[in-house]
Design a protein around this ligand. Structure first.
Ligand code: NAD
Length: 417
């Protein structure tokens, strides 16, 4: 068993750290957040993910996992820090840079560094150059050059787990392991072999970086197609859900479902990394982003348009999360829609989000927004906007909303049964 230092204990790093500890590794989690460190050391995750708490608690109680504010010397480093974008949709690599600078003094001959953060093509090589400049006493790999004196391995292993199913998918998802060299991929694969039961495909780090980005771009482009159809259907007086359902009866057609936009910090972010690397060439990927980014505006405009009929309109909004059955509001198109609606001071908003206990501060302070139950929201509103297809909302029947104006961006009432 190995000593593993997991850098960044968020939605990705903490499940990975807990899983590694459950497989017998000695895991030290390093995070800059005091709140995360203190909560983890008490055996509690600082966010909700099914089945995580159980594994984490056992890992902490058995002494296999501890969190702290500094890295340690380790056999493996797994880096899972954020990779957002900056103004102009440029990748922000400052978190990776900071994590790299922090672990550099701790590295030893024989260490393997794995970058798990979703990264633009070239980020693993960039990280390796940074490590090499900080530790001239060690021999770092060069891209695709196998050399006998290399004594630190560096690889990229992108994460594919789905929030809500992370603990299962960590074990069962196939992995792509991209090494700076073939030997680096093998070194990283050893660590993943200790908990992944699916296949681990070895490749080079550039390909691995690109694979992750095109997985999310594939989703984005296909969702953009469905979202564009929803806007066209509204114009033509056609039920988009029904049209897609019928089109999908074709043996070679599989159109995705439209929605209020695309949220989260993966699908809505990662395609921009490709656009940034190849701005002239990535035309469809860029346009898909633009279509999906425009969708929340379009939904909010529909609501505002209907509200013009009422003297004191009350709008019921179902859902704030970025996707069904999660509590995560980050980059949520539904939250964006509710924020825009809240900025219309002539509207009163009743928001139902069963996954959270209190509204975000800005909505609490807006003065025209309150959090309510499913029934209260329905009873009090003139216009109902379905924004997220949470399981709890799927019990609704269209008959319950006959006297309301419905803007159904989540397909809760419109979908053919
Ligand atoms: N959340 C997902 O569903 C998901 C899925 C696939 C890939 N990813 C990718 O995984 C990476 C991490 O995402 P996340 O959702 O876990 O982010 P997160 O914000 O939940 O967690 C990141 C953690 O890193 C810590 N951190 C920031 N800078 C640090 C530093 N210099 N040293 C140590 N700790 C530091 C933060 O305090 C935080 O706890 C991103 O690249 C993301 O795109 C996320």
């Amino acid at each position: 068993m190995s000593v593993v230092c997991v850098v960044g204990l968020g939605y990705i790093g903490l499940p990975v750290a807990s899983m590694l500890a459950s497989r017998g590794h000695e895991v030290v989690g390093y995070d800059v957040s005091e709140r995360a460190v203190s909560s983890i050391n008490q055996g509690r995750a600082h966010f909700f993910e099914p089945d995580l708490d159980m594994l984490l608690k056992a890992a902490v109680q058995t002494g296999r996992l501890r969190a702290q504010n500094e890295p340690v010397e380790a056999d493996y480093y797994v880096i899972a820090v954020p990779t957002p974008f900056r103004d102009g949709h440029k990748p922000d690599l400052s978190y990776i840079d900071a994590a790299t600078a922090a672990i550099a003094p701790c590295l030893k001959a024989g260490s393997t560094v794995v970058l798990e953060s979703t990264s633009p093509v070239g980020a693993t090589e960039r990280m390796t150059r940074q490590l090499a400049s900080l530790r001239p006493d060690l021999n770092f790999p060069r891209y695709k050059e196998s050399r006998p004196d290399t004594n630190v391995a560096v690889a990229h292993c992108p994460e594919r787990i789905l929030p809500g199913q992370m603990m299962r998918e960590l074990i069962t998802n196939d992995r792509i392991i991209g090494g700076m060299t073939r030997e680096c991929a093998e070194a990283a694969a050893k660590l993943y072999g200790s908990f992944v039961t699916a296949d681990a495909f070895r490749t080079d780090c550039r390909t691995a970086e690109f694979v992750k980005l095109i997985e999310n771009s594939f989703r984005d482009v296909n969702i953009a197609f469905a979202n564009e159809l929803s806007v066209i259907c509204e114009k033509l007086g056609i039920d988009v859900w029904s049209a897609i359902d019928l089109a999908n009866r074709h043996p070679r057609v599989n159109i995705l479902q439209p929605g209020p936009g695309v949220g989260g910090h993966c699908i809505a972010v990662d395609p921009w990394f490709i656009v940034d690397s190849a701005p002239e060439e990535a035309r469809m990927i860029r346009m898909a982003r633009e279509v999906n980014e425009a969708k929340p505006h379009w939904v909010a405009d529909r609501v505002v348009h209907h509200a013009e009929r009422f003297k004191s309109p009350v709008v019921g909004c179902y859902g704030l999360a970025y996707k069904p059955d999660v509590e995560d509001l980050r980059e949520s198109p539904s939250l964006q829609i509710v924020r825009w609606l809240a900025s219309h001071k002539d509207l009163s908003l009743v928001v139902c989000e069963p996954m959270i206990e209190r509204l975000p501060d800005d909505l609490r302070e807006a003065g025209n927004v309150k959090l309510a139950s499913m029934d209260e929201t329905r009873e009090q509103s003139d216009i109902v906007a379905f924004l997220v297809a949470h399981r709890a909302f799927r019990a609704f029947h269209r008959n319950q909303f006959l006297n309301k104006i419905v803007v159904d961006a989540a397909g809760l009432l419109s979908q053919p049964s």
